[in-house]
Design a protein around this ligand. Structure first.
Ligand code: 2ND
Ligand code: ZN
Length: 343
């Protein structure tokens, strides 16, 4: 029998891959639009069409178009702080115990904020959310692939300067189709030399070699990594190096990274012993929650509590936190799964 939604809601979760700009609740979007004096269309349907991607888009780049409108609402420190707080609140509804929220500081400079001001505002919102909702929260900074490599280098340097202040890593997001990992070799090298933990988006556009290349260049974790399913020659390397894969089912279908559950590699990766995790990617753009992502997978694969326990342990393993925090998170995960076992 498929695990019930009630049990899924109670599972302790670790979420490693969630974008700030793609995950703001409708209620907060309304608030931000008022604060920033940016009109929204009249009907809910028209509003949703602005920032929710259809179930299928042509590809990753079409999915990414849904971030343009939201970006305009996130150009002041007050807006960024409120948005970050809102995402932690939503994570608490999914019983998330630890979340890493990622965003690209260079997308929030339209009104003249500096990268440091942007990062501080987001971290302030995350930490306020952490206290209010009891979800441990940190930030990841993304370089954007459609921007010059110099921007990504600057973002990596800002990440370094904030590493003990709520920022825990660096990522490359955006157009993987035209800008594969080696196009950003220089920025990745700077981040590596600065000892910044790295998670890179790769394998979202039918290229398994991008996953391998990202790891060769130094990624500790991979955003999605789905295309690895088509390149079995690299799987052992990913396993040996204990690379954590951040899967996000709804998003992966929307971007046409896969088109059927038969080819979705979640269970295959899990059974092979790869360190898979389950994530939302974008709660709003993908119109989802972490509970929904779990429920989808539970139904498709008839997953057991043990499977989900493994996923949470993989999340703890991959979290960019020190050993002491990992130990605490591990204990919470153990305790809460034990309670569910007794059900
Ligand atoms: O799944 C994704 N792949 C690549 N880039 C993405 C994905 N989801 C969001 N982004 C981009 C769009 C956002 O504006 C940016 C920073 O969060 O990251
Ligand atoms: Zn992503």
């Amino acid at each position: 029998m498929t695990i019930s939604k009630q049990i899924i809601a109670q599972m302790p979760k670790i979420e490693l891959h969630c974008h700030l700009d793609g995950s703001i609740s409708l209620e907060t979007i309304h608030k931000l639009a008022k604060m920033e004096n940016i009109p929204l269309p009249a009907t809910l349907e028209e509003q949703q069409a602005l920032f929710i991607a259809p179930e299928e888009t042509k590809d990753l780049n079409e999915y990414l178009e849904k971030f343009h409108f939201i970006g305009r609402l996130l150009q002041t420190t007050a807006a960024l702080e409120l948005a970050a707080f809102d995402v932690v609140k939503q994570a608490s509804y999914d019983n998330v115990k630890y979340i890493e929220v990622r965003f690209a500081p260079t997308l929030h400079t339209m009104k003249g904020l500096t990268l440091q001001e942007i990062v501080s505002a987001v971290v302030k919102g995350l930490k306020r959310g952490e206290v209010e909702f009891g979800v441990l929260s940190n930030a990841l900074l993304c370089g954007m692939r459609h921007e010059p490599v110099e921007n990504a280098i600057e973002v990596a340097k800002v990440a370094k300067s904030q590493l003990t202040h709520g920022v825990v890593g660096f990522d490359l997001a955006g157009n993987e189709v035209d800008f594969p990992p080696y196009a950003f070799e220089e920025a990745i090298k700077v981040a590596k030399d600065l000892d910044i933990p790295l998670t890179l988006h790769a394998g979202e556009c039918h290229c398994g070699k991008n996953v391998y290349d990202a790891v060769v260049l130094g990624a500790n974790r991979i955003g999605h990594g789905i295309a690895l399913k088509d390149t079995p020659e690299y799987i052992e390397y990913i396993k040996e190096n204990e690379i954590v894969l951040e899967l996000a089912p709804t998003s992966n279908f929307q971007t046409k990274t896969v088109t059927s559950w038969e080819e979705y590699p979640f269970k295959k990766f899990l059974d092979l012993g790869l360190k898979v995790t389950i994530n939302t990617d974008n709660r709003t753009v993908s119109n989802t929650t972490l509970n929904k992502e779990y429920a989808k997978l539970a139904e498709v694969y008839d997953l057991t509590l043990k499977d989900f326990y493994k996923v949470s342990c993989n999340g703890v393993f991959g979290a960019f936190v020190d050993d002491e925090v990992k130990k605490e998170l591990g204990e919470i995960v153990n305790e809460e799964f034990e309670k569910l076992n007794g059900h």
